[in-house]
Ligand binder design. Sequence first.
Ligand code: PFF
Length: 477
Amino acid sequence: MALSGTAASSDGWSSKSAFVLAAIGAAVGLGNIWRFPTLAGENGGGAFVLVYVLCVLLIGLPMLLTEILIGRAGGGHADAVGSVGDVAEKSRRSRAWSFFGGVEVLAAFLILSFYSVVAGWVLNYVLLTGGDFLSSLFAGAPLAGSFAGQSQEEVTGLMGALFESPGRMIALHAAFMAVTLGIVMVGVHDGIEKAAKWLMPAFFVLLVVITIYGAFEGAFAQAVAFLFTPDFSKLSPSVMNEALGQAFFSLSLGSAAIITYGSYVPKNVRLAPTAATIAAADTAVAILAGLMIFPIVFSAGLDPAAGPSLIFQSLPVAFQGMPGGAFMALAFFILIFFAALTSSISLLEGPTAFVIDRLRLARPVAAVLVAVLAFLIGCACALGYSTWSDVRLLSFWGIFENADILDSIDGITGRLMLPLAGLGLAIFIGWRADRRLVEVESGLSGGMFMLWRGLVAWLAPVAVFLILLFGLFPSLL
Ligand code: PFF
């Protein structure tokens, strides 16, 4: 039977809305504002967006409900391994299904390591744009563009300067990890829930303000055309693999966060509408982020396919030429910082709950242990931009041949581990778990239950399997 799950039983969400806010906080992050526009830009815009939205609707949303359900049904456990194991036991199946929970915990840990590095870049730009805004204030020009008086090369060069300074990058990564750790150490109710309650509303206000600003100041129509006109010649198994992985990444699926957050949900909450709210909010933010970023990119004549540097290099340049740009640039990077923080909290919480439950360590000790180890791997990612820029971890694998350390970990988690965990849990809930238990926990009945179960049992496994197979091994085609 379920042991007294220390992470779950002592602490939990104070209400349904606390859970919804925290889960939206977990979902909305660098994935929406950095990774989604980057991938959309690199993969031709509209076609990618279409496949992405289909992946969210047909696979992501059903899997979101599946994972919250596993978390809540999983006895007193807060960790993904214990939760899956418990649901298996209650269904009189082997606890070996918890292997997929293990994949989730490992994926969360690996994602946290590089996530914190990228969040460190964001912090760098909060500091740079903050300093810049303050100096324009003191110069009596509060509405100046960002980095007034500097050339375009100087502004794009700020990113290169950061890359060439591994010490600075690691210090920023450490600072971000420390803030994340500080919140997770405090606990679910007083730490994670409070952080989400303050940060998420601030995030939404900034998002709306900057999108409206972009609509007036930027090339809005061009951005809309780019994001919503699909060019099907751009579609390939690899693009579909990216879109599927992005759907998992963005909804925080396959990475312990949702199962663990689900374990803190009170029994009286109806899970299906809650899952729909979370998925809708996350997708809306991704699209809004596209509508916020691409008008600015196009109006400055910049390349939408610039890759991971898109928001860091292009946007500060674009903000240069805009009235009030100095202030907006600062607001923009604060917005991403808040979003990244509520996500990294969830990334740390999953593995921390695992260590609490499995090793019986106290929360603060468990959180420190996970954060320090993830920090060290993150240092390798950071060094991959300077001292270790030649290192190619996955050089044997064609599709990852040119990936540096950060991209390799991002690629292997996003394109492989998250969908793989999803595949395993879809088969588990769709075919092996006790049907009554699943039906009662889901809160769905009749046609809606059949639809959801059909998607989880049939569509998700088949689609994920095919996309993984041909996306990861294109030569099979
Ligand atoms: N969903 C987050 C984002 O879009 O930035 C990233 C993330 C958080 C992935 C939590 C996985 C996770 F467990």
